[in-house]
Ligand binder design. Sequence first.
Ligand code: GDP
Length: 440
Amino acid sequence: MFENLSERFDRAFKVLKGQGQITEINVAETLKEVRRALLDADVNFKTAKEFTTKVKDKAIGRNVLTTVSPSQLLTKICHEELVELMGGEHEDINFKGNPGIILMSGLQGSGKTTFSGKLANWLKNKQRKNPLLVACDVYRPAAIDQLHVLGEQLGVEVFSNREEKDPVKIAQAAITYAKSNGFNVVIVDTAGRLAIDEKMMDEIAAVKQAINPTETLFVVDAMTGQDAVNTAKAFNDKINFDGVILTKLDGDTRGGAALTIKTVVDKPIKFVGTGEKMDALDIFYPSRMADRILGMGDVVSLVEKAQEQFDEKEAKKLQKKIAQNKFDLDDFYQQLQQIKKMGNVKDLMGMIPGMGKAMKDVDIDDDAFKGIEAIIQSMTPAERGEPSLINGSRKKRIANGSGNKIEEVNKLLKQFNETKKMMHLMSNKKNMMSMMKQMK
Ligand code: GDP
């Protein structure tokens, strides 16, 4: 996500490395690079220019601060301005009501139906709500089927009526149904077209007027850059939505849409979609996104994701095993599964300060651990519990069984042994102290 932009910011700040002070000249040079970076990320010219002007004024104004280096100062100011550009504070969606009504809008293919599913999943599992999904696309039977498939997968009921051709009537009937059947949030997925179209706009405006939603969301594909921003403007002029959902941020997005939408429509981004799976959904926090863009990582989100997977009892058990030097390949395997549950590995790496840049060209995806997993799965329970049993002939068998070379098995065992040693050392406070002394 935004790797290119991060790298360009980093490069821009390099101009200031070793400079004792911010001057008109060095700041101008840096900001020229920043502006180019923003333009290349598909931020429009006006926004990019305003951004660098603001940063420059602040930088010159704050130059009296001698405790921080010019590059640190400029990073800080750019961070503040990026946060501002993306809307400042995070804003929640409003799903309160009896029932709360959430109306989706957006072009076909933007990810409306996928997001409707993700939102229903989030409401059900994270907010303890009882959502009802409503299929209001009266033109594409496949869209209705798609929502039913998602609903089934998530255990969320889907309301549809294939005979009715008026989306207003379907939405109204769904709300009546929700009221009498104990659903407290209704998510209305509407029809989209491939391009902005008067009829589609009128239709969604009519649905909005009839059902008076607590929240109207506009869903847009982040990969479409400035087009996304123009579409947002057209939809907002017509239906005055409350918030934006940016999808496909996991792809090769340059970031322009995320950085410009708020300026153009003055509506906050509320969630971002980061994959096709139902849990690939992140709440949008301008400050955390700015952290990522500036290569500062996003430790807060990383910790939150870890906490979601955290099981205290398991952790205690593991701690004990590590202290007794009994950490084995089964535990190692379990740890991999935990990491995988936290999400896309490359995205996770990007949340570690400095790692995003380092990982830019590394090709890892959800299957990153497949090789390691296959090797561990090809071992017998005894081997996993006591890896020192694994001699030459066993290695050969494991390599054959998992479709790997012996070198791969050796590499994994070496990595495991090093991890085990390190974890054991770190579990002991006295050892920790002596390690730190050595590092000084
Ligand atoms: P709709 O026509 O607006 O309802 O769009 P869909 O929900 O059918 O999504 C269109 C395509 O985009 C599908 O193939 C989805 O799997 C995919 N998609 C949706 N959201 C995301 C996302 O956040 N990341 C990625 N990579 N793909 C997505």
